[in-house]
Design a protein. Structure first.
Length: 292
C-alpha cells in the first residue's frame, strides 16, 4: 500500500498569495505537477489545515485539484481537520473526509471521525481541532468511538491520521501547540493493531513513536519551518513538500519526503522573533485551566 501524505495546504478563498507571499494554491499545484510520475497509489491523505481561512471556496478548490490527481492513479482522497479549518464548511464540501466510510463518529461539538478500509488496511481520520486555538485535542467522544472501532482488528492493521502531532521536538511552540491529550490517545491504541500515525501542523518532518505505533509528521505544502533559525524564533521558508508512505513491506513503514522544484525554495516566507512567538503561544496555546 502506498499513501501520498499531504498536510497544511492552506488554500484560501482568493487563491492568491497572502501578505507574506505564501500561496497555498500555487504550492499544491506545484507539488502535484512534480509528482506526475508517482503511480500505484492507494490513498492520498491530507492531515489538516486544508484551508487557511475555512472558506468553502478553499475546500472546493482542494477537492477539485486532489480528486483529479487521485482519480488518474486510482486512489481515494481522505481529509482531516486542522486548526485553520472550519467544521461547518469542511463538512459541507468534504463531508466526513471519506467518500465511502465504513464508520463515522459525529461528536457533540461538530467534530467528525471516520474509518475506511483501503487494501486491507483500516484508515481512521480524527478531528483534533480546538476552535479558536492552535493546539489540538481529540475529544472524549472520538476516543470512545475509536476504542470500539479498534476492538476488532483490521485485516492488515490500522493507520490513524489527524493534524496535531502527539510528539514534539524540544521546541517550545511545538510542545505548546501539539496534541495536548496524547496520553489519552496512547491509552486507547495500546496493544491494538494501530501501526502508523500520520500528522502535520508543524510544517517539518519528524519521526517518533506513540506506544507501538510509528508517528510521522510530514512537512507542509504551503511552507516549511527552518529549524536553523535562532532558538525561540521561527522562520518559514518556501518549498512545497509531501511524503510517500509505503506499508506492507518487510521493513515498513517506509517513508520519504518529496520536494517541489520551486524557484523560491529556501527563501523566507516570514520570521517571528521571541516576543512574537511568546504572544502566539499565550494567545493560541492551552490555558492552565484547560482539561487534559
Amino acid at each position: 500500500m502506498k499513501i501520498l501524505h499531504l498536510s497544511d495546504t492552506h488554500l484560501d478563498r482568493a487563491g492568491r498569495p497572502d501578505a507574506d507571499g505564501a500561496d497555498g494554491t500555487t504550492a499544491l499545484r506545484r507539488i502535484l505537477a512534480d509528482l506526475i510520475h508517482l503511480r500505484d497509489l492507494s490513498a492520498v491523505v491530507v492531515t489538516g489545515d486544508v484551508t487557511d481561512d475555512g472558506s468553502r471556496e478553499g475546500y472546493a478548490r482542494a477537492r477539485a485539484l486532489l480528486d483529479a490527481y487521485a482519480r488518474e492513479r486510482g486512489a481515494s482522497v481522505f481529509y482531516a481537520t486542522g486548526n485553520h479549518d472550519e467544521r461547518a464548511a469542511f463538512t459541507e464540501v468534504l463531508g466526513c473526509g471519506h467518500a465511502h466510510p465504513d464508520a463515522v463518529c459525529a461528536g457533540p461539538d461538530g467534530e467528525r471521525a471516520a474509518a475506511s478500509t483501503v487494501d486491507g488496511w483500516r484508515l481512521v481520520t480524527l478531528d483534533s481541532l480546538v476552535p479558536g486555538k492552535a493546539y489540538g485535542r481529540i475529544s472524549r467522544a472520538q476516543l470512545d468511538w475509536l476504542r470500539r472501532v479498534l476492538a476488532t482488528p483490521a485485516p492488515r492493521g490500522t493507520i490513524l491520521a489527524f493534524h496535531h502531532p502527539p510528539v514534539a521536538l524540544e521546541v517550545e511552540v511545538q510542545q505548546a501547540l501539539g496534541l495536548q491529550n496524547a496520553d489519552k490517545l496512547a491509552e486507547v491504541i495500546r496493544g491494538t493493531d494501530v501501526q502508523l500515525i500520520l500528522c502535520g501542523h508543524f510544517h517539518l518532518q519528524i519521526v517518533g513513536r506513540l506506544e507501538q505505533a510509528t508517528v510521522w509528521v510530514t512537512p507542509g505544502v504551503v511552507s516549511r519551518i527552518d529549524l536553523t533559525a535562532r532558538p525561540g524564533t521561527e522562520r518559514a521558508v518556501h518549498g512545497a513538500s509531501a511524503s510517500l508512505v509505503q506499508l506492507g513491506t518487510a521493513n515498513g513503514p517506509l517513508i520519504h519526503t518529496l520536494h517541489a522544484r520551486d524557484p523560491r525554495v529556501g527563501e523566507t516566507v516570514y520570521e517571528a522573533d521571541e516576543d512574537e512567538m511568546r504572544e502566539i503561544i499565550e494567545e493560541l496555546g492551552p490555558s492552565r485551566m484547560s482539561p487534559s
